[in-house]
Design a protein around this ligand. Sequence first.
Ligand SMILES: Cc1cc2nc3c(=O)[nH]c(=O)nc-3n(C[C@H](O)[C@H](O)[C@H](O)COP(=O)(O)OP(=O)(O)OC[C@H]3O[C@@H](n4cnc5c(N)ncnc54)[C@H](O)[C@@H]3O)c2cc1C
Length: 338
Amino acid sequence: MIPKKYTGTVLVVGETIEGRLSAKSIDLGKQAAQLAGRFNGKPVGVLTGHDIDTAALAWSKAAGMPVIVLDHAHCRYPNPPLTASGVGALVDEHSALAVCFPHSMRACQAAATLAWRIEAPCVTAVDSLLKENGQWVFERAVFGGKLRETVSAANRPIVLTVMPGLVSRSASPDLTGHFPSVETRHLADTDHRFIPRGMNRQAHTDQALERAQVVVAAGRGLKGPEHKCLLEAAAGMFNHAAIGGSRGACDLGWLPHSLQIGETGRTVAPALYLACGISGAPQHLAGMRESRTVVAVNTDPKAAICNLAHYAVIEDLTVFLPVLRERYDRMTEKGDEE
Ligand SMILES: Cc1cc2nc3c(=O)[nH]c(=O)nc-3n(C[C@H](O)[C@H](O)[C@H](O)COP(=O)(O)OP(=O)(O)OC[C@H]3O[C@@H](n4cnc5c(N)ncnc54)[C@H](O)[C@@H]3O)c2cc1C
């Protein structure tokens, strides 16, 4: 039974970096109306930053929800402790039923701090939301995506971090009768010890990965840099192809970190994603789940990537990729002769 106080609003919390909305906040905005609808509530956006009225208005317009700006000079870069204290005050004011953050490291920190402050349950990395016997049940991947965990939380309000694409992004929010609105609140200059000084942008030499129609990505199943030539040979079969990798492969130095795909790497959405020796941890899936067709090459049929893949090739990649290239060469040679 939900206490009467927590009835209406779902707070949807986004962040800005140097005045610009983060990509995950834009994504969460697109999901806001549907997310709130699942709780039978209405979304109210909360955006942290400094001098961000323009970004807030754009967010309100695109997401179809009113936006409250929490403004402070120390929020020019994401500031989890200040976010938690600002949002905490709004939870009471709005009798919020739920507070949804995007799933990122910074947002997890803010979500956990907020949950502790308001004594609410906190569920992170939620990728599915169901109602069973009148009670909300949240699902998420654990153990690198090998297992799925189901969590229910009786208390309200509840604090969540939400994976991209929890609700369909194809249905854009209904903006009928919506007038974008922004209300700015200046956070008190409290004596806090966390002052973000700046963020370093990862130096991507180009946008080839994001623009590629085909991404051939490798994980730790590659076994070593000596097998990189297999990826190059596979990519060479397509026009507009690029090579990427999991964090596992990049951390081992087999591929440069600039090619890492995932939550803390780059986001791609090619027509074809060929995942070679990648287990499919949620953090990796976050960067490629919008790919149109996913083909997994993996020795383990139970690897999480095989659940997402449209086609799974259960084989050693050092066996499969050379055969694939050989067949392709034979076919194209035949084509040349004809
Ligand atoms: C905060 C945080 C952020 C993260 N951000 C990212 C991120 O942005 N991107 C990312 O990728 N990860 C990220 N990770 C790491 C992530 O959790 C996984 O550890 C990582 O994705 C695993 O990489 P992998 O799939 O290459 O390796 P593994 O999990 O070791 O999987 C290797 C796979 O290869 C298969 N395999 C083995 N040998 C072969 C073979 N010969 N042929 C075919 N298949 C074979 C295995 O069956 C296995 O499925 C993050 C983790 C944290 C905690």
